[in-house]
Write a protein that binds this ligand. Structure first.
Ligand SMILES: Cc1cc2nc3c(=O)[nH]c(=O)nc-3n(C[C@H](O)[C@H](O)[C@H](O)COP(=O)(O)O)c2cc1C
Length: 323
């Protein structure tokens, strides 16, 4: 049995599962593993470090993958999109910002354009401007995002997207999430946090263990780490992270942090260099309750698909349809 949807047809993939383009974590090996397992791996181009992206695109070998960027940061390095398009990716994913300046180049290169949105207004905007696939990201998501929750956002995005396939993101980590997303009208899912705790993800083993030891309540949306890293995000975006001592010491004192940034940034950089989990940021989402191991990405894809297939095939014992 397989789950075929407009998303699998358009992307020519076997399973309706996309790897989130997690900056610094979704490298070439992880993207290739997800693609080889039948989903679509998307390398996290993030804030646009050229050397990092070149190395990770090399690491993906000849796997058919996508590349994702934080749209508003692309202006700082216009070469970056060309670098990705030269590799003939299956898709380019853009999140957070106006896609208009980049649409033509992406289409001309023959890549599909995936756009991640956090609200219905943004969904309408990317549909009008040429998105081939919309990712509706709820606030449960790890990493940067906004305030709308996945459950009502996904069907609302589906309603404005028309024939354009929508993938649900934010809080999805198992077959139940994939099955529910399809019931909401989505044509697949995009998962970040679940793949962060995989063999191939680029975060340290210490960080992966912290994922396993944490749960949804350990996470919170904050700007503290953006401020200290000197990467100020425009409103309404914040990052969902796992709480730690550094966050607790600055939470609610963001204005002080802006003022004392230089000193705090030195302490932060040192903590990050030592991979001190009490200091370093670890973006992760509310789905942590559902994550208890660090398997290879292939196994994650297989489990999610297998469980979703069973549920969609009528295996759920949680309801009965009556006359
Ligand atoms: C560690 C991490 C880094 C992320 N980095 C990015 C990024 O660079 N660009 C982006 O568009 N989304 C990024 N995201 C958000 C994902 O694209 C996606 O929306 C999210 O992971 C989905 O929710 P989930 O984490 O509950 O699966 C990141 C998420 C995580 C967990």
């Amino acid at each position: 049995m397989t789950i075929s949807t407009p998303l699998t047809a358009l992307l020519q993939i076997k399973h309706p599962i996309l790897l989130a383009p997690m900056a610094g974590a979704a490298g070439g090996r992880l993207a290739a593993a997800v693609s080889h397992a039948g989903g679509l791996g998307i390398v996290g181009g993030g804030y646009g470090e050229t050397d990092w992206l070149t190395r990770e695109l090399d690491a993906a070998g000849n796997a058919r993958i996508g590349v994702g960027f934080i749209t508003w940061s692309m202006a700082q390095n216009p070469r970056l999109l060309d670098l990705a398009l030269e590799r003939k990716p299956a898709a380019i994913m853009l999140s957070f910002g106006d896609i208009a300046p980049h649409v033509e180049a992406i289409k001309r290169a023959g890549a599909l354009l995936i756009c991640q949105i956090q609200g219905v207004t943004e969904a309408k905007d990317v549909v009008v401007k040429g998105a081939d696939i919309v990712v509706a990201q709820g606030t449960e998501a790890g990493g940067h995002g906004a305030t709308r929750a996945t459950f009502p956002l996904v069907p609302a995005a589906v309603d404005v997207a028309g024939d354009i396939p929508v993938a649900a993101a934010g809080g999805i980590a198992d077959g139940r999430g994939l099955a529910a997303a399809l019931m909401l009208g989505a044509a697949g899912v995009l998962m970040g946090t679940r793949f962060l705790a995989s063999t191939e993800s680029l975060v340290s083993l210490k960080a992966k263990r912290r994922l396993i030891d944490s749960n949804g309540e350990s996470t919170v949306r904050t700007s503290v780490f953006d401020i200290v890293r000197g990467r100020t995000w425009p409103a309404p975006y914040t990052g969902r992270v796992i709480r730690n001592e550094f966050l607790e010491s600055w939470s609610g004192r963001e204005a002080d942090l802006v003022r004392d940034r230089e000193q705090a940034a030195r302490a932060y950089a040192e903590g990050q260099r030592r991979d001190d989990q009490g200091t370093a940021v670890l973006h992760a989402g509310e789905a942590l309750d559902l994550i208890g191991d660090i398997p290879p990405a292939r196994e994650i894809v297989e489990r999610v698909v297998h469980d979703a297939e069973r549920l969609l095939g009528g295996a759920s014992d949680r309801y009965r349809l009556g006359q």
